[in-house]
Design a protein around this ligand. Structure first.
Ligand code: DHE
Length: 650
């Protein structure tokens, strides 16, 4: 095999690999890296150009590449100019995507992982000059700098930052899922300097620019660059006795009202998560009035409504479940419990005869689910979910992702992220066992029901697919490739004029709304296949939402690299089957997540910011009705209407 072929193959493999491992992470994304440099005599291969090119390389390219230090996210580029001429390199570095469209060599290695960095032409020239000065046979660059020892308090501080900022994407044990594995085998290869650059500037594909965004200080970045090269601490287990010890029944059943004490239509209340305040605001949706702001604890992630709608169930990233009673004159907490150290999902029992009887919490850590009494949150059972993945690879961490409650069977259905199984828990059986594990795909994240409530549709982020599970037969029926990192939230269901019932998702990694056929009985020829793809301006979409009474589908792009796009809302017309409009909804924060009122006439959207807002739109005319602002609206994210959430209307 010629050296050219070897280098090309290495490039192809490494870039392909990086596309996989640099999966998107649903938090703050880096701004595009733009080099600021004095162009000087840039195009000539002079010493000063080489020196400037080396500096530019270290500031920009060294995030993914080394010269003589071995592959990182991308290949080792020592001597690359011996196989690709300078003009080729210049075009590749300037705009790899456009170049791949016209050049066969570039097309062969282009996977989308190499970003367009927005470098000015003289800077590109300097980098090429530097690459030309390197040689494949040159002695390797200085050895990578490994981690320094951390004091016990530094280690604890780093573990805390890791939990808050990193664990959601990279996993508690750092084995990766939404983001790549960052266990020492990999991080030691990158070294302290490379990790510092990555943590500061982010990576294309979703790694946030923690430093650039001002979220982590340089000291914290230094700490984290060292911490992630050391073995991860072993997180503790949490057994039923410990969970029971955390249980706090604030209002026993005997002291609760037997009928609603409020004059308001509590079935139309909307709960708003005030993420960084650790609070939930309960709104009277009909009057737009704030009814209560309730302290629920650290970084509340989602709310779900119990089957009757009487209780809001909040789950925080500290694994705490909070039960809020909406029948009291003012909504109030009636019970709290901590079943996990880290969690994202909670739901109630919804099958007839079991309404409000049980509650399930899915843990990110430890790998387990916990079942509680549906009125008091008394812990009843805890079950381990750790297993090999669907391909037989052993795992040390399996996180419970989305959970949905069936309306037709006494079961909860859950995505088991790292293992790729969909688990079915039967709550009509003693001890609430997982009765079935259906192999689906890696790594399962969010999802919801189809329009009939028979099929659970969930995103397998790492494979760019929606997986469809028939909960009636307890079988996987399809895996549909939809685009780069589908993120449906709970998804959206409606009748398409040509294809009948469809289910839809937007994507984190590309600007696209994808509709799949979802009527296997009426339209089997389209079932579980992509029937429409609609281009959206901007990547980084997290949520879409519709309502049976609405002609529209609302979509956000809060994680777009483009600040303007992170402020926008896009609306798709169900009847026209076209993108109706995209418009800026705010001039600050990130515009995220939609919820309808009970009747489907209003849409509420959050401006996720310290100075947060809730914007209320008239759905029919797409016009703004009201903008709620106030000191109490700190980082509003998800919103959950009682009626829509209890009845799975989306
Ligand atoms: Fe979420 C749903 C996990 C980041 C807001 N989020 C979910 C679900 C999971 C999940 C598993 C499905 C729960 C269910 O249906 O039972 N989210 C994660 C993560 O692991 C991730 C990527 C990183 C993390 O560390 O948390 C993440 N999520 C975010 C955000 O950055 C958001 C925008 C704000 C936040 O709270 O951090 C966010 N996630 C939400 C919301 C939902 C959600 C609002 C519920 C959507 C719905 O309509 O039901």
């Amino acid at each position: 095999m010629s050296r050219t072929t070897i280098v090309r193959l290495t490039l192809a493999i490494m870039l392909g690999l990086s596309a996989l491992v640099v999966a998107a992470c649903t938090q703050v994304l880096p701004e595009r890296v733009v080099m600021v440099s004095d162009p000087g005599d840039a195009t000539s291969n002079t010493e000063s150009a080489v020196a400037a090119g080396q500096q530019a390389f270290e500031e920009t390219c060294a995030v993914c590449h080394t010269i003589g230090g071995g592959p990182l996210v991308g290949p080792d580029l020592a001597g690359i100019a011996e196989v690709q001429d300078p003009d080729w390199l210049r075009q590749w570095i300037t705009d790899p995507e456009s170049f791949a469209a016209v050049d066969a060599d570039a097309a062969e290695i282009y996977t989308g992982a190499m970003p367009t960095l927005g470098l000015e032409s003289p800077v590109v020239g300097e980098i090429v000059a530097y690459l030309e000065s390197t040689s494949a046979s040159a002695p390797p660059a200085a050895a990578l700098q490994g981690p320094r020892g951390l004091t016990a308090s530094e280690f604890d501080e780093a573990a805390n930052v890791y939990f808050n900022r990193c664990a959601g994407c990279h996993g508690t044990l750092r084995a990766g899922a939404t983001g790549p594995s960052i266990q020492p085998e990999r991080t030691l290869e990158i070294g302290t300097a490379g990790l510092t650059t990555i943590l500061t500037n982010g990576l294309p594909g979703g790694m946030p620019a923690w430093g650039e965004a001002g979220i982590l200080t340089p000291q914290e970045i230094e700490l984290m660059a060292n911490f992630v090269q050391l073995p991860p601490p072993t997180p503790p287990a949490l057994d039923l006795d410990e969970i029971t010890a955390s249980w706090n029944l604030l209002v026993p059943m005997a002291d609760r009202p037997t009928e609603p004490q409020t004059e308001r239509d509590w079935t139309n209340f909307t709960g708003i998560i005030l993420r960084d305040a650790g609070q939930v605001a309960v709104m009277d949706t009909a009057t737009h009035e704030k009814v209560a702001v309730i302290d629920t604890g650290f970084a509340v992630h989602i709310l779900r409504s119990s089957a009757t709608g009487r209780y809001f169930l909040a789950v925080g990233r500290d694994g705490r479940v909070t039960m809020i009673d909406l029948w009291t004159e003012t909504p109030q907490i009636v019970a709290q419990v901590q079943g996990c150290y880290d969690a994202r999902s909670v739901d109630g029992s919804k099958f007839e005869g079991f309404e409000d009887q049980y509650i399930i919490e899915g843990c990110y850590w430890p790998p387990q689910y916990v079942v509680y009494d549906g009125q008091t949150l008394e812990p009843l059972a805890v079950h381990d979910v750790l297993s090999d993945d669907i391909y037989g690879d052993p795992l040390e961490e399996v996180r419970v992702a989305a959970i949905v409650a069936s309306h037709f069977d006494p079961v909860w259905v859950m995505g088991l992220k790292e293992s790729g199984y969909v688990g079915i828990v039967d709550y009509s059986q003693p001890d609430f066992p997982m009765v079935k594990k259906i192999p689906a795909e890696l790594f399962l994240h969010d999802g919801g029901w189809d329009h009939t409530g028979r099929y659970f549709i969930t995103a397998a982020n790492a494979k760019n697919k929606l997986m469809v599970v028939d909960v009636k037969t307890q079988e996987l029926v399809a895996g549909v490739e939809t685009g780069d990192t589908p993120h449906p939230g709970r998804g959206a269901n409606w009748v398409d004029p040509q294809f009948g019932w469809v289910y839809a998702t937007t994507h984190i990694g590309e600007g696209k709304l994808t509709l799949i056929g979802a009527d296997p009985e009426g339209r089997p020829e389209h079932a579980w296949q992509v029937v429409r793809e609609v281009e959206l301006p901007g990547t980084g979409s997290l949520f879409l939402k519709t309502h049976p009474e609405s002609p529209w589908v609302w979509m956000d792009t809060p994680l777009s690299n483009d600040v303007e796009q992170s402020h926008q809302i896009c609306v798709y017309g169900k009847e026209s089957a076209e993108l109706e409009t995209c418009f800026p909804a705010a001039d600050h924060g990130r515009v995220v997540h939609f919820e309808y009122d009970k009747t489907g006439q209003e849409v509420w959207v959050s401006v996720w910011d310290k100075e947060g807002e809730i914007i209320i739109y008239d759905d029919a005319s797409l016009t703004e009705k009201l903008r709620i602002i106030g000191d109490w609206l700190v980082t509003p994210t998800g919103k959950f209407n009682v009626y829509n959430t209890a009845n799975d209307i989306y």
